[in-house]
Design a protein around this ligand. Structure first.
Ligand code: IPM
Ligand code: MG
Length: 349
C-alpha cells in the first residue's frame, strides 16, 4: 500500500492542539482510502529553543529533507522575541527548502458568516513569494543605542525569484475557472524592486493568453477586497504584501481560524510544508478551543500535493459538511471545542 512519510512539527501554542487534531483526521481518512500515512514528530519549538539554544538541532534540516511533506503547527512564544522564533524555525525551512510559492486560498465555507455583505463572492487564491523580498533578512544596525543609530531593512528581489513566482501564479490562474490574475505591487513608490515585479509579469503575460490580468497597487487592493470581492480570483504579490493581504482575506472569509497555507517547492526537490496561518495564539492555548479547520484544510492541500486528490476532496467535503452544520469553535461564534469539531469532521468523512 502506498505510504507517505510526513514530518509533523506542532511547534508552539495551539500548534500542538491543531496538529494533533489534524493527525487524528488524516489517520481516519487514510484508513478509508487506499494509502497510509506515517507521521514522525519533531519537537522543534520555542520550548526546545529555551532549553537548548536552538529551534532546529544540528543536521535537522538534512533529516527533514527526507520526508514527503511537512505538517507544521505554529511558531511564536511570549518568552522569545518574534524575530528570533521566526528566523529560528519557519524561515530556515521555507528558505532552505526553496518553498518559494506560498499558496493561500480563501473562501467563505458553507454556514460561515463573512463580515462582507457579498462575502460568498470570495473565492481567491493569494500566491505569496516566500523566499526573498522584504523577508530576505538583508540589512543591519549601526551605532546601536546612540542618537545616530541607523537600521536598514533591504528588500531583495531577484529576476530568478520574481520570474518563478509569476510563472507559478500564471499557471495556477490558468487552471482555475475564472482564469484571472491580479498583480499586486507598490511600484509607484518602490521604484526598483516593485518595478522589476511589474516588468517581469508583463514579459511573461504573452505566454498565457488565456489568463486575464490586472495590476493593482497594494493599498488600493485592500479596498478592492472589501468593496468588490467578486473582481478578484488569483493574486500574486511579494512576501510582505501578500502576508498582509492574506490576513485581511482570512478575516473577510470568516475567521483566521479557517485559513490554510501551503509552502510549496514546485520542483519537488525538497518537501513542501503545510500549515494553518493563524499562528500560536497564546491567549487561547491549552483551553482546547482552537479552531482545527485551518489545519484540516491545509491537510487537504497536502493530500492534493502528494497526489491524493480524491482523498483531498473527501476531506474538503467533510469540512464543509461540518461548517454547514455550524459545529463551530468560539472564533466562529460557536460553543464547540477542538475535539467536537474534529469528531464532527471524522463522522462526516
Ligand atoms: C504568516 C505569518 C508569519 C509571516 C509570521 C508568524 C512571522 O504571519 O505566515 O503569514 O509573517 O510570515
Ligand atoms: Mg501573516
Amino acid at each position: 500500500m502506498k505510504t507517505y512519510r510526513i514530518a509533523s512539527i506542532p511547534g508552539d501554542g495551539i500548534g500542538k492542539e491543531v496538529i494533533a487534531a489534524g493527525i487524528d483526521v488524516l489517520n481516519s481518512l487514510s484508513e478509508k482510502e487506499n494509502f497510509r500515512i506515517e507521521f514522525t514528530a519533531f519537537d522543534w519549538s520555542s520550548e526546545r529553543y529555551l532549553k537548548t539554544g536552538a529551534y532546529i538541532p544540528e543536521g535537522g534540516l538534512d533529516t527533514l529533507k527526507t520526508f514527503d511533506a511537512i505538517f507544521f503547527g505554529a511558531v511564536g512564544s511570549p518568552d522569545v522575541p518574534d524575530h528570533i522564533s521566526l528566523w529560528g524555525l519557519r524561515l530556515p525551512i521555507c528558505q532552505g527548502f526553496d518553498q518559494y510559492a506560498n499558496v493561500r486560498p480563501s473562501r467563505v465555507l458553507p454556514g460561515v458568516d463573512s463580515p462582507l455583505k457579498n462575502g460568498t463572492a470570495i473565492d481567491w487564491v493569494i500566491v505569496r513569494e516566500n523566499t526573498e523580498g522584504e523577508y530576505s533578512g538583508s540589512g543591519g544596525r549601526v551605532h546601536k543605542g546612540l542618537p545616530e543609530e541607523i537600521a536598514t531593512e533591504t528588500s531583495v528581489f531577484t529576476r530568478v525569484g520574481v520570474e518563478r513566482i509569476h510563472r507559478f501564479a500564471f499557471e495556477l490562474a490558468k487552471s482555475r475557472r475564472r482564469k484571472h490574475l491580479t498583480l499586486v505591487t507598490k511600484s509607484n513608490a518602490q521604484r526598483h524592486g516593485m518595478v522589476l515585479w511589474d516588468e517581469i509579469f508583463f514579459e511573461l503575460k504573452p505566454e498565457f493568453p488565456e489568463v486575464q490580468t490586472e495590476r493593482v497597487l497594494v493599498d488600493a487592493m485592500t479596498t478592492r477586497m472589501v468593496l468588490k470581492p467578486e473582481s478578484i480570483d488569483t493574486v500574486v504579490a511579494s512576501n510582505l504584501h501578500a502576508d498582509i493581504l492574506s490576513d485581511l482575506a482570512a478575516a473577510l472569509s470568516g475567521s483566521l481560524g479557517i485559513a490554510p497555507t501551503a509552502n510549496l517547492n514546485p520542483e519537488r526537490k525538497f518537501p513542501s510544508m503545510f500549515e494553518p496561518i493563524h499562528g500560536s495564539a497564546f491567549d487561547i492555548t491549552g483551553k482546547g478551543i482552537a479552531n482545527p479547520i485551518a489545519t484540516f484544510w491545509t491537510a487537504a492541500m497536502m493530500l492534493d500535493h502528494l497526489g491524493e486528490p480524491k482523498a483531498a476532496a473527501r476531506l474538503m467535503k467533510a469540512i464543509e459538511r461540518t461548517t454547514e452544520e455550524q459545529v463551530f469553535t468560539p472564533d466562529l461564534g460557536g460553543v464547540h471545542d477542538t475535539c467536537a469539531v474534529t469528531n464532527a469532521v471524522k463522522r462526516a468523512l
